[in-house]
Design a protein around this ligand. Sequence first.
Ligand code: AMP
Length: 214
Amino acid sequence: MKLMFLGAPGAGKGTQAENVSEKYNIPAISTGNILREALKNGTEMGMKAKSFMDAGRLVPDDILIGIIKDRLKEDDAKNGFILDGFPRTIPQAEALDGMGVSLDGVIDIIVADAEIVKRMSGRRVCESCGASYHLLYKKPKVDGVCDACSGTLIQRKDDHPDTVLDRLKVYHEQTEPLEDYYSKQNKLLKVQGQEELADTTKLVFEAVEKMEAQ
Ligand code: AMP
């Protein structure tokens, strides 16, 4: 299964990608996590990406296309994968097509901008493993501590309110056109993001099952 999650920052792509990854035992590939890891390790790529990420802008296409090309060659991606946060522009989607990767489906999680802003202020991530939590919707068992690896939970710099508004603008201008792109390929499945995480998960699994049946 080759699946991709589309949606505004904070729509819940990462969480849903992890859910599907667990159920179907295929890797969830988050380009945001790969970039944050590179930044943490001080690699050249990480340093190049930093200023774009901190400002809530997109990192240049050539860097992301290189990342995905390498990542999809790894063994664990042989039986399928879930893309979270890639492609984010039309040139990235065209590059993916150019690599001969044909997605089975694109799940588009729809959430209104005002709701996104509310959600992002409560989002926390593990600084060690990148797992995602929320102060209201997905609390860790122990406050401030990652359930998976006991790492410290922090607020991402780009989740601060001003940057969130910039990221939403970037989303509407550069990423939203992908709805049309994948709709024309008959691959787009829209899921309305629900207030309760578990309700969205249910709709996502229904969409995946529908996609598998096609
Ligand atoms: P995310 O964790 O998916 O919200 O990504 C965090 C940040 O990483 C984004 O705001 C971008 O600056 C950068 N990023 C992640 N994926 C991409 C991509 N496919 N294209 C360009 N920039 C990206």
